[in-house]
Design a protein around this ligand. Sequence first.
Ligand SMILES: [Zn+2]
Length: 101
Amino acid sequence: MPGRWQRVYAERTQRANQDVFRRANERLLAAVRDVIDDARPIPFLCECLDPDCRSTVELSIEQFRDMREVDNRYAIVTGHPTMNGERPVEVDGDVTIVQKP
Ligand SMILES: [Zn+2]
């Protein structure tokens, strides 16, 4: 059984990891938004908790923007690990949108 602080530390690392993916995705969006049609699917990075995850989720620019309009929403591959308390708000095939508490 991991101790309380170990757990807190692990969760912090995972959170930092999610933020890295989140920022990478925002840079990707900024790079493509003027050259790619809003409705065309783009492979964004999965924003799940696994630091080694290199999967992608296909979202159109439109879908990505809709998701980011709500605070604390992330896109992950369906079935990938989420943090305690996160809940799926939308499942569309391989893509799950999760809401943080
Ligand atoms: Zn993942």
